[in-house]
Design a protein around this ligand. Structure first.
Ligand code: DAT
Ligand code: MG
Length: 138
């Protein structure tokens, strides 16, 4: 079974910069389907659960604070191998060095050393995807 669902977030930097439409357009242009879509002002507790795997790391608190700095667009995106496919479309974590052609590589950069401002989130495994979809749409 290759048809999957993933959780995509347009982070506050992406929403504030007016990039939501471009991000969604790239997802649709690649052939994936938007199954759910909402604009959210996430609570601290939701974000701490979302980033559970990073709890205890030095960037955890700044990351959660950044994610609360503005609205987030949350989407459930469907398609064959969409988890891997969206991660590929998003590009690597650091926007400065993410490959051109990717969302992070084309639309992002460092703003005073802030790696967390990388425009989008995408789940990294089927287990993460189901867990994260439950958090944002449960
Ligand atoms: P990704 O979003 O590419 O899956 P991740 O899960 O390792 O990356 O980290 C989650 C987010 O945390 C990432 O999008 C940006 C931020 N982040 C990761 N590593 C960081 C670091 N070393 N310093 C600051 N922020 C970091
Ligand atoms: Mg991750």
């Amino acid at each position: 079974m290759t048809t999957e669902r993933t959780l995509v977030l347009v982070k506050p930097d992406g929403v504030t910069r007016g990039l939501t439409g471009q991000v969604l357009a790239r997802i649709e242009a690649k052939g994936y389907r938007l199954a759910e879509l909402r604009l959210v002002h996430p609570e601290q507790e939701l974000l701490e659960r979302h980033y559970e795997e990073h709890r205890g790391k030095p960037f955890f608190a700044p990351l959660v604070e950044f994610m609360r700095s503005g609205p987030v667009v949350a989407a459930v995106v469907e398609g064959d191998r969409v988890i891997e496919g969206f991660r590929s479309l998003a590009g690597t974590t650091e926007p400065t060095t993410a490959a051109p052609g990717t969302i992070r590589g084309d639309l992002g950069r460092d703003w005073g050393g802030t790696v967390q401002q990388n425009i989008v989130h995408g789940s990294d495994s089927p287990e993460s995807a189901e867990r994260e979809i439950g958090i944002w749409f449960g």
